[in-house]
Design a protein around this ligand. Structure first.
Ligand code: HEC
Length: 150
């Protein structure tokens, strides 16, 4: 049970569920008017399900996630596209000047957040090792050659 104590999944799922139920109730009340098209109704009904799936995505236990799993789930949102000035994965020009900080320095920087990047990329539940694995995965795409912690 204690595993769930720290998990952000349940509260969000519950909130999403109640929103879903509320939306459903609204739809049912409005049924007589036949206002909502079937498409709108379908969208309303599938939305909460989608958010639950998103929130539940990290199936691997916190603490044991690999750099790649974390990168894909959290960091890729910005570092794949380079949105908001994020150095793109694999972009040696963008990463070159940063790599001198070393894996520890970059991990510290990522933990604290920098510029448009929130602390830990917004994933507050990442352990230090997990964050370091993700930083290694990301920077090694640009040829850093860092060794990620086990
Ligand atoms: C919301 C977008 C966003 C997310 C999500 C995000 N980053 Fe970033 N990241 C940035 C931006 C923007 C910068 C550039 C910050 C600057 O130099 O001003 C950056 C910079 C970095 C740096 C370089 C820091 C430095 O000191 O030069 C590292 C390392 C990094 N990110 C790792 C990660 C990792 C690992 C994740 C996933 C756990 C992640 N980022 C998720 C936007 C993001």
């Amino acid at each position: 049970m204690s595993d769930f104590g720290h998990s952000p999944v349940r509260p969000y799922a519950r909130i999403a569920l109640s929103i879903g139920v509320a939306a459903l109730a609204t739809q049912l009340v409005g049924c007589g008017k036949k206002a909502a098209s079937d498409e709108e109704l379908a969208a309303t009904l599938t939305q909460p399900v989608a958010s639950i799936v998103l929130q539940a995505a990290p199936a691997v236990k916190a603490g044991n996630r690999t750099g790649e799993q974390i990168y894909t789930a959290v960091c890729a949102a910005c570092h794949d596209s380079g949105v908001a000035g994020a150095p793109k994965a694999g972009d040696k020009g963008a990463w070159g000047p940063r790599l001198g900080a070393g894996l520890d320095g970059l991990t510290k920087s990522a933990a604290a957040g920098k510029g448009a990047m929130p602390p830990k990329g917004g994933a507050a539940d990442l352990t230090d090792d997990e964050l370091k694995r993700a930083v290694a995965f990301l920077t090694n795409k640009a040829g850093a050659g860092f060794k990620a912690p086990e």
